[in-house]
Design a protein around this ligand. Structure first.
Ligand code: ADP
Length: 627
C-alpha cells in the first residue's frame, strides 16, 4: 500500500483501504472501533458488510457516499470520500456525522413545534378578538343609545368617553385580528379597479379633523403620470395609508402630513410601478429605532413617543400588507425634522378618456399665501403639476400686497389666517380663493364681503384646485361631499312600519337591536335561537329577519337554510355577526341570506339595510350579498 499506515493509524478520520478487487486490506483504529469493518470484507459505494447500508450517494455514487452502520446497538452515520491510490488500491476516508445529524433532527423538531405554537397563538388571538366583538357591540351600541337620550353635560362627557374608549378597543381588536390573519398566512388580497386620487383624498379627509385639532395641515398629491385606475385591494391600501397617516398626525406637532403617489410611465402591458409615500414634519425616528419599530408591539425608545397612545401593531401590519402586495416599506427620517414612509408596488392600470386636470387654462402666476410652510410647499407641488408656471409664496398679508402689485395678473390662494387679517388682499388679485377647514365654512360670507371669489376646503383636491383656477366651478356649490355626513336615522326613510324578527341569544345585543329598530318606528320580535325563529314564523309573518350566526340549539346558518326550505323564500335575511371574514360571508350567502353586518354595527347602517332590503325585495335568484 502506498500510504504509510502509521500516518493513517493516527488520523482523526476513519480510514479504510481496499485492493483492486474491493477487498478490505487495512482499517485504522477509528474505523475498526466505530464501524467494525473486518479485513477481507468487500467495501465500496456498492458492496459493503452486512451491518452497513448506503444512506446517500453524492456525485454519481463514486467519490462520495454516506453509510449507516449498526454497531453495539447504535447507528453510526459516516460520510466517505473516495481517493484512488497506486496499483488499483482505494483509500476511503470517513467523517462520523452521527452527532451533527442528530442535532439537525432536534433542530427540525424544535422548529416544527415553534411553528405549531405560533399557529396556536394566532388561532387564540383570532378567537379572542372574535369573542371580544360581541360584548363590545353592546358597549358601543348602548352608549350610542344613551347619547341619544336627554343627558346633562357631565353625563354626555362621560358617555362620550365610554364611546371613545370602546372605539379605541375596537380598533385594537381589528388590528389583532388582521395581525393574526397575516401571520397565519390567511390574508388574501382582492383585485378591483381603484381611483388612486379618490383613495388618497378620502384618507386625507378622514384624518383631517384629527389633524385640524392639532393645527396640522393634511395634503395629498398624485402625479399626473399615475394612471386613472389601478388594480388592487382598496381596503388594504387604505388601511396602510391610514396606519401611516395616523402615525404622522400622532407624531407631528407643527407642519403636517402629505400623502403622495408618483409613478413610472406605464409599460406596454399596461402595468406601472407606483410609489406611495406618507411624509410628515414630525419628531422623526432615530436610526437605532428604524428597524425595531417594524416589529410587532414595538414602540420607539424616545421619551416623546412614549407620551402617545398605541399598541405598536400599526407599522408591523402596514409592513406585512406591503410585503403581501410585493413591495417593501422603507423609512427615511431625520430626528426633529420628520419622516417619510415609502413603498413601491407594480400595478395593472386602466386609463380613462376624460381628465379635467389636463386642461391648459391655468393662470400663469399664482400667489400662495400661508404662514404654514408645509401647506405652501405642498400647494406649490400641486400647482406645478396642474400647469401653473410661476408660483409665489407669501408668508403675510403684506407679502401678498407686495407680490400682487408686482404681478398684476396673478391669482391668489390664501390661507384663512391671512385672509382674515383685514388687509385688502383679495382686491389686488384677478382671482382669489380662501382656503378653509371644513369647520370654518360658516365664515364664508365674511370672506365674500372681503372680495374673495370663492373658497377651497382643506385637504384640497387637485381636481377642485384646477376647476377653481380655470374658473369652471360653480362657486356656490360645496367643493366636495363630506365623508362624515350620515343620513339622519331619526327620520325614517320609508313611512311604513315593518315587522322585524331578530334571532339573537345574547340578551344585551338583543336589547340593543330592539331599541334601534323600535326607534326607527318598526315592530320587532326576538327569538332566542334559530329554532325559536322558525317557530315564530308559524304564528306570524315578518318582513325581514336579523340572524345572529352562533346560537345554541340551532345556529344562524341552519336556521336560514331551514327557513328557505320551508318555503319562506321572499323574506330577506341579514346576518348579524361578530365573524368578519370573507369565508363567513360566503357561508351566509350559501345558506340563503341576503345581507351581512358585522358587529359592532352602526345603528344607521342597520336601519338603512333593513329598509333597503325590504323595499327592493328578494329576486328569485337571491341578492348579491350586500355589505
Ligand atoms: P403605535 O403607533 O401604536 O405605537 P406603530 O407600529 O404604528 O405603533 O408604531 C411603532 C412606533 O414607531 C411608534 O410608537 C413610534 O415610536 C414610531 N413611529 C411610527 N410612525 C412614526 C412617525 N411618523 N414619526 C415618528 N415616530 C413614528
Amino acid at each position: 500500500m502506498s500510504v504509510p499506515t502509521h500516518v493513517l493509524d493516527r488520523l482523526t478520520l476513519l480510514a479504510v483501504v481496499t485492493d483492486a478487487e474491493g477487498n478490505v486490506s487495512y482499517t485504522n483504529p477509528l474505523a475498526r472501533n466505530s464501524v467494525a469493518i473486518p479485513l477481507g470484507e468487500r467495501f465500496s459505494p456498492i458492496a459493503r458488510p452486512a451491518h452497513m447500508r448506503i444512506v446517500k450517494s453524492i456525485s454519481g455514487a463514486t467519490d462520495r457516499f454516506t453509510t449507516a452502520a449498526r454497531v453495539d446497538g447504535r447507528t453510526r452515520l459516516v460520510e466517505w470520500t473516495v481517493s484512488p491510490l497506486e496499483r488499483g488500491d482505494i483509500l476511503y476516508t470517513g467523517l462520523d456525522v452521527t452527532r451533527d445529524r442528530r442535532s439537525l433532527a432536534v433542530l427540525r423538531e424544535s422548529a416544527r413545534s415553534a411553528k405549531d405554537a405560533s399557529q396556536a397563538k394566532m388561532r387564540f388571538l383570532a378567537t379572542m378578538s372574535h369573542e371580544m366583538r360581541t360584548p363590545l357591540n353592546g358597549i358601543l351600541g348602548m352608549t350610542g343609545l344613551l347619547l341619544g337620550t336627554s343627558l346633562d353635560s357631565n353625563q354626555t362627557t362621560y358617555a362620550e368617553a365610554i364611546r371613545e374608549s370602546g372605539q379605541s378597543l375596537l380598533a385594537l381588536i381589528n388590528d389583532i385580528l388582521d395581525f393574526s390573519k397575516i401571520e397565519a398566512g390567511k390574508l388574501e388580497l382582492e383585485k378591483h379597479p381603484i381611483d388612486p386620487r379618490a383613495l388618497v383624498q378620502s384618507v386625507a379627509e378622514l384624518l383631517s379633523p384629527r389633524a385640524a385639532q392639532k393645527g396640522l395641515e393634511i395634503s395629498s398629491f398624485v402625479s399626473k403620470d399615475v394612471a386613472d385606475r389601478i388594480m388592487g385591494d382598496e381596503t388594504r391600501l387604505r388601511q396602510i395609508l391610514l396606519n401611516l397617516g395616523s402615525n404622522g398626525v400622532k407624531f407631528t406637532e407643527n407642519g403636517g402630513v402629505l400623502f403622495r403617489i408618483d409613478a413610472d410611465a406605464p409599460t406596454k402591458d399596461d402595468t406601472q410601478t407606483i410609489t406611495i409615500s406618507v411624509v410628515d414634519t414630525g419628531i422623526g425616528i432615530s436610526e437605532k429605532d428604524r428597524t425595531r419599530i417594524f416589529e410587532e408591539f414595538a414602540q420607539g425608545d424616545d421619551t416623546q413617543t412614549r407620551n402617545h397612545e398605541g399598541t405598536g401593531l400599526g407599522l408591523s401590519i402596514a409592513r406585512q400588507l406591503v410585503d403581501v402586495m410585493g413591495g417593501t416599506l422603507e423609512i427615511d427620517s431625520e430626528p426633529g425634522k420628520g419622516s417619510v414612509f415609502r413603498f413601491s408596488i407594480s400595478v395593472a392600470t386602466e386609463t380613462l378618456d376624460s381628465c379635467a386636470m389636463k386642461q391648459p387654462l391655468m393662470p400663469p402666476t399664482v400667489i400662495v399665501a400661508s404662514d404654514n410652510e408645509f401647506l405652501a410647499d405642498n400647494l406649490s407641488l400641486q400647482l406645478r403639476e396642474v400647469g401653473v408656471r410661476e408660483i409665489l409664496i407669501a408668508r403675510s398679508a403684506k407679502d401678498v400686497l407686495r407680490l400682487a402689485s408686482k404681478h398684476p395678473g396673478a391669482a391668489l390662494l390664501c390661507d384663512i389666517k391671512i385672509a382674515a387679517s383685514g388687509e385688502p388682499v383679495a382686491a389686488q388679485c384677478t382671482k382669489s380663493f380662501v382656503l378653509l377647514s371644513p369647520t370654518a365654512r360658516g365664515r364664508l360670507e365674511s370672506f365674500k364681503r372681503a372680495g374673495f371669489d370663492g373658497y377651497l376646503i382643506k385637504p384640497i383636491r387637485q381636481l377642485s384646485l384646477c376647476e377653481r383656477l380655470c374658473g369652471r366651478a360653480k362657486q356656490d356649490r360645496p367643493t366636495r361631499l363630506r365623508l362624515d355626513t350620515h343620513p339622519d336615522t331619526n327620520k325614517k326613510g320609508d313611512n311604513v312600519t315593518y315587522r322585524v324578527l331578530l334571532a339573537e341569544d345574547n340578551q344585551i345585543n338583543a336589547v340593543l337591536a330592539t331599541a334601534i329598530v323600535k326607534r326607527a318606528g318598526h315592530h320587532i320580535d326576538v327569538a332566542g335561537n334559530g329554532r325559536e325563529a322558525l317557530e315564530a314564523f308559524e304564528h306570524a309573518h315578518y318582513d325581514i329577519v336579523l340572524m345572529d350566526m352562533r346560537m345554541p340549539e340551532m345556529d344562524g346558518l341552519s336556521a336560514a337554510k331551514a327557513l328557505r326550505e320551508k318555503g319562506h323564500t321572499d323574506v330577506p335575511i341579514i346576518a348579524l355577526t361578530a365573524n368578519a371574514s370573507a369565508d363567513d360571508r360566503d357561508a351566509c350567502k350559501i345558506a340563503g341570506m341576503d345581507g351581512f353586518l358585522s358587529k359592532p354595527f352602526d345603528p344607521d347602517e342597520l336601519i338603512e339595510k333593513i329598509e333597503r332590503l325590504i323595499r327592493e325585495g328578494r329576486t328569485s335568484t337571491g341578492h348579491a350579498l350586500s355589505q
